[in-house]
Design a protein around this ligand. Structure first.
Ligand code: NDP
Length: 489
């Protein structure tokens, strides 16, 4: 008998759906079907895959309202935010489908002088079966960042959604069948952590794309190590928001609040730490504290989706308000499943509220001497996912962004990089490694295949033969000296 589990609307406690806790055996069967499907899908070629994926995109778009409704029910986030999330996922699917051939298709590469008699080609071939282990905070956008790119690269996908959002995961795979009915190219398996563990441990899975906590990423990586299965890991962050002296403060405050509070702060690239240069500190704080009074938990953003997260948020708020100065909210802001906005200033940099991922609608704000100090503090984090810089000087802002220790930085906007499909998304340090989205995201789910073909024998230069003599070596030395032996300075 298959055991089931319920997905629950965190805002109302209502059961949204019941789903099987799929056993390791069921997962392995799914991977077996995926292997067959991968052979077929991989053999279809880029043009046909593009056609099918663009059709899937149209199907998702036709079901936009239904999908957003389901995300709303399972996560509690407002329908508007859920709609935005699905739209973003659709734009990524579109980009991946349209660009896979250009990025991954076979091309000639230069062979260089020594390889003059060769023709060289490079292409990126599918890996086979890709296992995607997804989170609950953006249950369409985030996994689709792996699923769409993996499918476009010619792989089959077995997707394990978070146990908090299984329904939307099941629906995404169901709708895929409208565009690709022949084989099980994209399947969803439901269950708890063990179901994900079984997927990661299956040796026929050629790559695992994981999104979630750093701690679980390490467990998944350990399971993958058994089979030398590579993984791409997106493990959240502690993103910094820098306000420089010449920033548009009204725009910065507006963006900062949205970046911190939207989706109740349950965003891997959400704003968690704010560093404001001394010259504009008071003015910025005025803008921020005026605006925050107008943002309401339960109206502008939804509940905390994962019940256990409330304790983490509470611990961080209690700690921050004890050591820092409260600007908005406080310990009483936690009224589960909702948490009202909390802003605390001057929280010590070594406290949990500044070091650990909070994943709630809270920020810490610190005054810094200048932008250089802001950057130094921003970079002093174990995480390194995204970040923001506000400054009217584009050159200066770009320089700060380049030096920010993160995978992505937005300037004069928050998380705008996530909506640009051509930009790779992923972090460094505790935020993980590997990239989804963009050309790098396509290559993440493919293996380079290099081919060199000899077009003609090079007279007197057969270097890879036991017939090679001293004259050939002499010619090689002359050639290499001519090509590489001159010093420029
Ligand atoms: P987890 O890292 O525990 O879960 C992420 C995914 O991994 C889920 O699908 C989960 O399944 C699955 N999983 C859990 N255990 C295993 C395992 N041993 N092997 C394979 N897969 C497994 O995150 P949580 O959802 O528990 O959230 C905890 C914290 O992670 C949050 O507080 C937040 O800080 C961070 N987080 C970061 C996200 C990001 O965007 N980077 C997204 C979500 C969370 P199941 O849900 O069934 O347990």
């Amino acid at each position: 008998m298959t055991m089931t589990f319920d997905s629950v609307n965190p805002a109302t406690g209502e059961v949204v759906g019941s789903h099987p806790k799929q056993s390791a055996d069921t997962v392995h069967e799914a991977v077996g079907r995926a292997e067959e499907a991968a052979a077929w899908w991989g053999g279809l070629g880029h043009a046909e895959r593009r056609r099918r994926l663009l059709d899937y995109k149209a199907v998702l778009t036709q079901h936009l309202k239904e999908l957003a409704g389901l995300v709303h029910q399972e996560t509690g986030k407002p329908v508007g935010d859920a709609t935005l999330e699905v739209v973003l996922a659709i734009t990524h699917l579109d980009w991946a489908a349209r660009n896979a051939h250009k990025v991954l298709g076979r091309r000639r590469v230069s062979t260089g002088m020594i390889g003059l008699n060769l023709a060289a080609t490079l292409e990126y071939l599918p890996l086979g079966v890709v296992g995607v282990i997804g989170p609950w905070n953006y249950p369409v956008f985030t996994p689709m960042g792996s699923i769409a790119y993996a499918l476009a690269a010619g792989n089959a996908v077995v997707f394990k959604p978070s146990e908090l959002t299984p329904g939307i995961g099941v629906r995404l795979a169901e709708l895929f069948r409208e565009s690709v009915p022949e084989h099980e190219v994209f399947q969803t398996v439901t269950g708890l952590g063990e179901t994900g563990a079984a997927l990661a441990a299956d040796p026929r899975v050629r790559k695992v794309a994981f999104t979630g906590s750093t701690a679980t990423a390490k467990r998944v990586m350990a399971a993958c190590a058994e089979n030398l299965t590579p993984i791409v890991a997106e493990c959240g962050g502690k993103d910094a928001f820098i306000v420089d002296a010449d920033a548009d403060l009204a725009a910065a405050a507006d963006a900062c609040l949205w970046g911190a509070l939207s989706n109740a702060g349950q965003t891997c690239v959400g704003v968690e730490r704010v560093y404001v240069v001394d010259a504009v500190y008071e003015s910025f704080m005025r803008e921020l504290s005026e605006r925050v009074t107008k943002v309401r938990a339960g109206e502008d953003y939804g509940p905390i989706t994962m019940p256990g997260q409330v304790d983490v948020i509470k611990r961080h708020i209690d700690d921050a308000t004890k050591s820092g100065r409260t600007v908005a909210g406080g310990p009483a802001s936690v009224r589960a499943p909702y948490v009202d906005p909390v802003i605390v200033e001057d929280v010590p940099e070594d406290s949990p509220a500044v070091r650990e991922e909070t994943f709630g609608p809270t920020i810490t704000v610190r005054r810094t001497r200048d932008a250089a100090e802001a950057l130094e503090l921003a970079n002093a984090s174990a995480y390194g996912l995204g970040g923001t810089v506000f400054s009217r000087n584009a050159r200066r802002a770009t320089e700060l962004a380049r030096r920010m220790r993160s995978g992505m930085t937005a300037i004069n906007s928050v998380i705008s990089f996530a909506g640009v499909p051509a930009l790779p998304f992923g972090g460094i340090g505790d935020s993980g490694f590997g990239r989804i989205h963009g050309a790098d995201g396509l290559r993440e789910f493919a293996r380079p295949k290099a081919i060199s073909r000899q077009r003609f024998a090079m007279p007197g230069m057969n270097l890879t033969s036991f017939t090679r003599g001293p004259a050939e070596l002499e010619r090689l030395i002359r050639l290499v000296t001519f090509l590489h032996g001159r010093r420029k300075s």
